[in-house]
Design a protein around this ligand. Structure first.
Ligand code: LMR
Length: 407
C-alpha cells in the first residue's frame, strides 16, 4: 500500500475575500460586479496600470543589468523612501537612525515578518485586533503562534466608532501584549479615529507597556498621502516604540508585484541595529529576500520629480473617484427606493465601507444578481462605476423588498 499521509486532510473553507473573486470569475452573469476584493478599478471597471508606473517600468527595463538576489532587507534606498513616506522626510527619528525598514512581498509579507520577529521575542504575548478587522490579521498572527484577542471598534447600529470602549480595553491589555491598529482607511469599516482620538490613543500607549503595530496599507486613499500619515506621525511624535507595515501594492497599483515594507521604530540607534539583524533572520527563514521589480518601480517613481508629480495626481484621481462613487451610491440608492439609509458611507474613507447589508441579502445579491460583497457586508467602493451603480441599487432595493430575482 502506498503511503497516503494526506488521506485525512480536510477541505479548507474558501478565503472570505479571495474565494469570492474565484467564484466571481466563474459567474456567467454579464452584469456581474465584484465588490469583494480591495482592488481599485477605474470607470471602465478595470484595474489600470498607472502611467507613472508604466513609464518607470520602461526606464527600468533599459537600466536593469542583473537578476542577482536583493539583500535580505531589500534595497536600502527603498527603505529610506518608505520611511520618508511614512514619517515625512525630516522626521527627527530618521536622523537618529531609530527606524529600520525591510522590503517585503506586500503588506501581508510585512505583517508576516513582524509576526515572526515578535513571536521569537515574546511568544507569550497576545495580539489584539479590532472587531471587526481584515480576516487575514487573525489567521496570520495565530498562524505565527500568537493567541488573539479583540478590542471593540465599530458600532453597527450607530455606524460609529466604539471609541471609549476601545480606550477602556487598551487600559486593561496586559503588559507586553501587541495591539494592531489600522493607520488609515480601516478595513473593513472605512471608519478611522479622528486626530483628537489618535492623540488620546497615543497617550495611552505612551503610558502603558503595550506595543502598537500600525497596519498602513492604504496611504493616499483616505484624505491624501500626508494627511493619511497622521496616526503614524502622532505615535512617532509620542516617542513610542512601534511597528508600521506599509503596502505600496495599492497606492502604486502594483498589486501583483507584491510591494510592501516593515518599519520598526526602536528606542535608540543601537537597539535599531539589533532589531534589524533579527528582522533579517525572519526574512531569511520566510522568503530569503524580497522580489525586486515592484520596489524598484516605486523607487524610480518616487525619485524622479516628474514621475512623482504624475503619480501623486494619479493617486488623487483614484481617491477622488472613490469619493465620487460614495456620493453617487448614496444618491442613487435613495432614488432607487433602497430603504436602508446609506448616508454614513460619506463619513467613511478609503476603499471599504461596512454597508450593514445583512448576510441573507448579501447572499441573494450574489446568487440572483452576480453582485459580490463580503458576507459581513463590506463593499469595495473602488469596484463601483457610474455604469454599475444603478444596477447595484436596483438589486439592493429588490432584495430588501424580498422580491424574486428580476433577472
Ligand atoms: C482586501 O481586504 O480585500 C485586500 O486587502 C486584499 C486582500 O488581500 O485581502
Amino acid at each position: 500500500m502506498p503511503y497516503r499521509p494526506f488521506r485525512q486532510v480536510p477541505m479548507a473553507p474558501a478565503d472570505p475575500i479571495l474565494g469570492l473573486t474565484e467564484q466571481f470569475k466563474r459567474d456567467p452573469n454579464p452584469n456581474k460586479i465584484n465588490l469583494s476584493i480591495g482592488v481599485y478599478q477605474d470607470e471602465s471597471g478595470v484595474n489600470p496600470v498607472l502611467k507613472s508606473v508604466k513609464q518607470a517600468e520602461r526606464l527600468w527595463q533599459e537600466q536593469e543589468h542583473t537578476k542577482e538576489y536583493l539583500p535580505m532587507p531589500g534595497e536600502q534606498r527603498f527603505g529610506e523612501l518608505v520611511r520618508d513616506l511614512v514619517f515625512g522626510a525630516r522626521h527627527p527619528l530618521l536622523a537618529q537612525q531609530r527606524a529600520v525598514t525591510v522590503q517585503a512581498p506586500g503588506g501581508t509579507g510585512a505583517l508576516r515578518v513582524a509576526a515572526d520577529f515578535l513571536y521569537h521575542l515574546t511568544p507569550k504575548a497576545k495580539v489584539w485586533i479590532s472587531e471587526p478587522t481584515w480576516p487575514v490579521h487573525r489567521g496570520l498572527f495565530a498562524g505565527a503562534g500568537f493567541a488573539i484577542e479583540t478590542y471593540p471598534y465599530y458600532d453597527d447600529a450607530r455606524h460609529a466608532l466604539r471609541f471609549e470602549e476601545l480606550l477602556a480595553t487598551l487600559e486593561r491589555v496586559p503588559e507586553g501584549d501587541i495591539v494592531l491598529l489600522h493607520a488609515c482607511c480601516h478595513n473593513p469599516t472605512g471608519l478611522d479615529p479622528t486626530a483628537a482620538e489618535w492623540q488620546r490613543l497615543a497617550e495611552v500607549f505612551a503610558r502603558r507597556p503595550i506595543l502598537p503595530l500600525l497596519d498602513f496599507a492604504y496611504q493616499g486613499f483616505g484624505d491624501g498621502l500626508e494627511e493619511d500619515a497622521l496616526a503614524v506621525r502622532t505615535f512617532a511624535q509620542a516617542d513610542l516604540t512601534l511597528l508600521v507595515t506599509t503596502s505600496l501594492s495599492k497606492n502604486f497599483g502594483l498589486y501583483r508585484e507584491r510591494v510592501g515594507a516593515l518599519t520598526v521604530v526602536s528606542g535608540s540607534a543601537d537597539e535599531a541595529e539589533r532589531v534589524f539583524s533579527q528582522l533579517k533572520v525572519s526574512v531569511r527563514t520566510i522568503y530569503s529576500n524580497p522580489p525586486a521589480h515592484g520596489g524598484k518601480v516605486a523607487e524610480i517613481v518616487l525619485c524622479d520629480p516628474a514621475l512623482r508629480t504624475q503619480w501623486l495626481a494619479e493617486l488623487a484621481e483614484m481617491r477622488e473617484r472613490i469619493q465620487a462613487m460614495r456620493h453617487l451610491l448614496v444618491e442613487s440608492a435613495r432614488k432607487a427606493g433602497v430603504q436602508r439609509k446609506l448616508d454614513f458611507l460619506l463619513e467613511q474613507r478609503g476603499m471599504f465601507s461596512f454597508s450593514g447589508i445583512p448576510k441573507e441579502q448579501v447572499l441573494r445579491l450574489r446568487a440572483e444578481y452576480g453582485i459580490y460583497l463580503m458576507e459581513n457586508g463590506r463593499i469595495n467602493v473602488a469596484g463601483l462605476t457610474r455604469k454599475s451603480i444603478p444596477y447595484f441599487c436596483q438589486a439592493l432595493a429588490a432584495v430588501e423588498r424580498g422580491r424574486a430575482a428580476a433577472g
